[in-house]
Design a protein around this ligand. Structure first.
Ligand SMILES: Cc1cc2nc3c(=O)[nH]c(=O)nc-3n(C[C@H](O)[C@H](O)[C@H](O)COP(=O)(O)OP(=O)(O)OC[C@H]3O[C@@H](n4cnc5c(N)ncnc54)[C@H](O)[C@@H]3O)c2cc1C
Length: 480
């Protein structure tokens, strides 16, 4: 590189990882261009208008006190956090699936999956939702305790910074979480709860991820208890006004250097530079940062070719659809309910109070967020919008009978979103960690990798995305 040559970088993807990287490189004097496929920044953080002037998080929302780099970023951007509201009792509708419940159609691009077995009757759960203090479901406490102990054993044994080096990694990586459940979970309540837990934790159907990935994911996120908890855990807070503001504010000072509506098609490089091609032109730079989920990184053509694909045949998309139901106020609170529910039947497998303003709600609005995850997301995603709204509103009314008709129902379907392919994050399937783990962050000459799926700490979360952005800046500065 010539003396006096101003270094340059092209960043692909204007999500949290890409924009953190671009900001860091610009601060170190790099001429930066960010190429973003969508017509907005933010990627998997996204705000939608739920009511006039009220935006809610249709993508990522929750964070905890261990998400230190995200919290520091929020503070830098002058954004505050607000506690996630969990005031009052929970509702549980844990009557298992019956054989005549609607089948989950298989998505066209994956192999047919076996029908979910009908689950036997669950002691303590009838057709009427049960109300309980706290969040522990009315299921057999010993069976659930045993499930959590087994998961904790797996989680403790994993090597979070290098899961492929975990003792017994090959065997654990060959096994799906569904295989593991089949082998280890005998009590019907544990079998009932396991897929609900996975849906909530990582928007996964147990057939879609390896046991090694499950153990890694839980460990990477701070352990099962931390990941699952609200107060004191990973869901403790939200960004006041919405997490989507993070990327909007990061992008502001970059101005016209962020180019929207420019999907990257190809990356060519030689000894002197790297050239990133979109339909509108070519962008040449000293280095490129690809801040994309692995399935999307593989959709780009590389010259020279990547030594190995970033994803495999069994790498699956996490499957999440978020539903926001808008009411005149968080009425459930007046009845001693928190808005939290867990449900064996869809579409809303869990619900949470996401009313703006937290514990002191903004006047005139209550927002209940429903999560449709895993296999259920495929069934629900295939319905008409009218049917989706009717099913979601009907289920909310059964869970919280005090609710009137919602003022609005907003469905955000991430399943077939061409620029995410994996929500909350990509799911590493059988063989993925052993094959891709060792090269996850290894640069391909001038191409460096970022994105939450490259972070072994807080993988899949906003914190992981921000950390990956910082890591890639340090990596590029070290090579200069
Ligand atoms: C419904 C949902 C709920 C979630 N909940 C939480 C939560 O509560 N807490 C939490 O911490 N995390 C949560 N997450 C996960 C979190 O959103 C992600 O971990 C994080 O936002 C990922 O950031 P990223 O920059 O790595 O990737 P992304 O945000 O996916 O950014 C990648 C960017 O690249 C762009 N792109 C893709 N292909 C191309 C191309 N060829 N050319 C140019 N640009 C391209 C995309 O449009 C996108 O903007 C959730 C995600 C979803 C969807």
């Amino acid at each position: 590189m010539n003396e006096g040559h101003r270094r340059s970088a092209v960043v692909v993807g204007a999500g949290l990882a890409g924009l953190t990287a671009a900001t860091g490189l610009a601060a170190h004097g790099y001429a930066v261009t960010v190429l973003e496929a969508r017509d907005r920044v933010g990627g998997r953080t996204h705000g939608i208008e739920a009511a006039p002037g009220v935006r809610v998080d249709a993508g990522a929302a929750y964070l905890g006190d261990r998400h230190t780099e995200l919290l520091a970023l929020a503070a830098d951007l002058d954004l505050k956090t607000t506690p996630t509201t969990m005031l009052g009792a929970s509702r549980f509708a844990l009557t298992p699936d019956t054989p005549d419940s609607p089948a989950s159609p298989d998505s066209p691009d994956r192999p047919a999956r076996p029908a979910r077995p009908a689950l036997p009757d669950t002691p303590g759960a009838g057709d009427e939702p049960a109300t309980r203090d706290g969040r522990f479901p009315p299921l057999d406490a010993v069976a659930l305790g045993d499930l959590f102990e087994r998961l904790t054993e797996l989680t403790d044994a994993v090597r979070p910074e290098a899961p492929w080096l975990t003792p017994d990694a090959e065997r654990l990586d060959a096994l799906t979480a569904a295989d593991w459940a089949e082998q280890h979970l005998t009590h019907p309540d544990a079998r009932l709860f396991f897929p609900l837990f996975l849906g909530e934790m990582c928007a996964a159907d147990p057939a879609d991820l390896s046991v090694l990935h499950l153990a890694f994911y839980l460990r990477s996120g701070g352990g099962l208890r931390y990941l699952n908890a609200f107060a004191g855990g990973a869901q403790q807070d939200r960004i006041d006004g919405g997490a989507h503001q993070l990327c909007e504010r990061l992008a502001e000072p970059l101005g016209a250097r962020v180019r929207l509506g420019e999907p990257v098609r190809a990356v060519h490089q030689d000894d002197r530079s790297v050239t990133v091609h979109t339909d509108r032109g070519a962008h040449r730079a000293d280095v490129a940062v690809l801040a994309l989920p692995p399935l999307l990184a593989d959709a780009i053509a590389y010259e020279p070719a990547l030594p190995a694909p970033r994803a495999g045949d069994r790498t699956a998309r996490g499957c999440a659809i978020k539903v926001h139901l808008v009411y005149p106020s968080p009425l459930w609170r007046e009845h001693g309910l928190s808005g939290w529910s867990v449900n064996a039947r869809g579409p809303l497998l869990s619900t949470v109070d996401d009313s703006p303003g937290g514990a002191t709600p903004a006047a005139g609005i209550g927002v209940l967020t429903g999560f449709v995850t895993g296999a259920e997301a495929h069934r629900f995603g295939a319905l008409t919008p009218e049917r989706q709204r009717a099913e979601a509103a009907g289920q909310a009314a059964r869970l919280f009978p005090m609710l009137p008709e919602p003022l609005g129902v907003h469905v955000t379907d991430w399943l077939d979103d061409p620029y995410s392919r994996g929500c909350y994050a990509a799911l590493l399937g059988p063989g993925d960690w052993i094959r891709t783990g060792p090269t996850l962050t290894r640069p391909h000459r001038r191409v460096h990798w970022a994105g939450t799926e490259t972070s072994t700490a807080f993988f899949g979360l906003m914190e992981g995305a921000v950390r990956s952005g910082h890591r890639v800046v340090a990596e590029i500065l070290a090579r200069a």
